[in-house]
Design a protein around this ligand. Structure first.
Ligand SMILES: Cc1cc2nc3c(=O)[nH]c(=O)nc-3n(C[C@H](O)[C@H](O)[C@H](O)COP(=O)(O)O)c2cc1C
Length: 319
């Protein structure tokens, strides 16, 4: 399986829909950017909860909502509300590295505290009406913190364990610790999903070759640097994805068309022009890497402050 990674502010509904429209079936599913369990009440029409409302997700790829937090009551309440909406699985975020999140023992900040992990799972799992999967890093401070977490995860019926083999302290840079990943892989009794730095079909092949037992891979930034990536991976690995019908369904939409399609969706949003400009620029920073043309020309979009000028620049570059 190829899974689109949760990326707050990036792989939200708008992106997932545009992606599915341009590359149907390229990703098997997505994990949503996290919903903080302190947002609790699904009736609050916050943008975050709208991101996973089923009717809004029609035409998008299948999505598994991700929850961030460590308050058992809030977790159970939100997870079971999501079940009422039709979801059969939620994912628990134990990977977020942001300092203000981690400082409260949320995200990867809980990894140095195995007793807390056990106490939350003890309290939450028996009351959940949905399956639970988790997404972890190797630790917050150290890659060895995971050693005390694995036996705990093994004690509960989890749908999968996604491992991003970095520490929280590393944020998103520095090496991925593949040796440590290799060491812990046989210890995890659940289905393991690999995540981290898959930016080319070669990266994918390398991980599948190093770890043949890992069948499922999650891709984040790689899909923004090059939206064709999941299709390139499928085309290069027919043995992994032997669904001929699916590959024929997938149109070879170019990255240019995808960017223009996404920008058009942003223009339809009911927000101010300033908010649209901010959103377009956030995506442009990553997606423009897929376009031909000099960096200097690409930077002009970031320096422009007028929406029409930005659209003209993007259209010119996407021709
Ligand atoms: C801007 C940004 C936002 C992210 N938001 C989330 C999130 O909401 N939940 C989560 O589990 N991981 C989040 N991540 C981490 C990614 O899901 C992924 O684990 C990480 O980027 C490594 O994978 P990659 O190298 O394929 O991008 C985020 C990463 C970035 C860069």
């Amino acid at each position: 399986m190829l899974i689109l990674a949760p990326m707050q502010g990036l792989t939200e509904l708008l992106f997932r829909k545009a992606f599915q429209r341009c590359y149907p079936g390229a990703f098997d599913c997505a994990i949503s950017p996290f919903l903080s369990i302190t947002h609790g009440n699904l009736k609050d029409a916050t943008i975050k909860v709208e991101d996973v409302l089923p009717e809004a997700n029609e035409g998008s790829m299948p999505v598994i909502p991700q929850l961030l937090g460590h308050e058992a009551e809030g977790f159970v309440e939100l997870a079971n509300r999501l079940n009422e909406l039709g979801y059969s699985e939620v994912n628990w975020n134990m990977g977020c590295p942001m300092r203000r999140v981690a400082a409260k023992h949320r995200g990867s900040g809980i990894l140095p505290y195995p007793d807390e992990v056990r106490s939350i799972l003890d309290s939450v799992v028996p009351r959940l009406k949905v399956a639970l999967s988790v997404k972890v890093r190797l630790g917050y401070y150290s890659i060895d913190e995971i050693d005390a977490i694995i036996p705990i995860l093994n004690d509960y019926p989890l749908a999968s364990v996604t491992v991003h083999p970095r520490t929280g302290k590393q944020m998103y840079s520095g090496q991925v610790f593949l040796e440590k990943f290799a060491q812990i892989l046989p210890q995890i009794k659940h289905n393991v999903v690999y995540n981290g730095d898959i930016c080319t079909p070669y990266d994918y092949r390398r991980i599948r070759t190093l770890f043949p037992e890992v069948k499922d891979v999650m891709i984040g930034r790689g899909a923004l640097y090059n939206p064709l990536l999941p299709m390139q991976i499928r085309a290069e690995s027919p043995d992994d994805f032997n669904d001929a019908e699916l590959s024929s369904q997938m149109q070879m939409t170019s990255a240019q068309v995808f960017i223009v399609s996404l920008v058009n969706d942003i223009l339809q949003m009911e927000v101010s022009n300033q908010a649209k400009i901010r959103k377009i620029k956030e995506y442009w920073c990553l997606l423009s890497k897929a376009l031909p043309g000099s960096e200097e020309r690409k930077r002009k979009v970031l320096h422009a402050s007028d929406l029409d000028a930005i659209l003209r620049l993007i259209e010119d570059m996407a021709k």
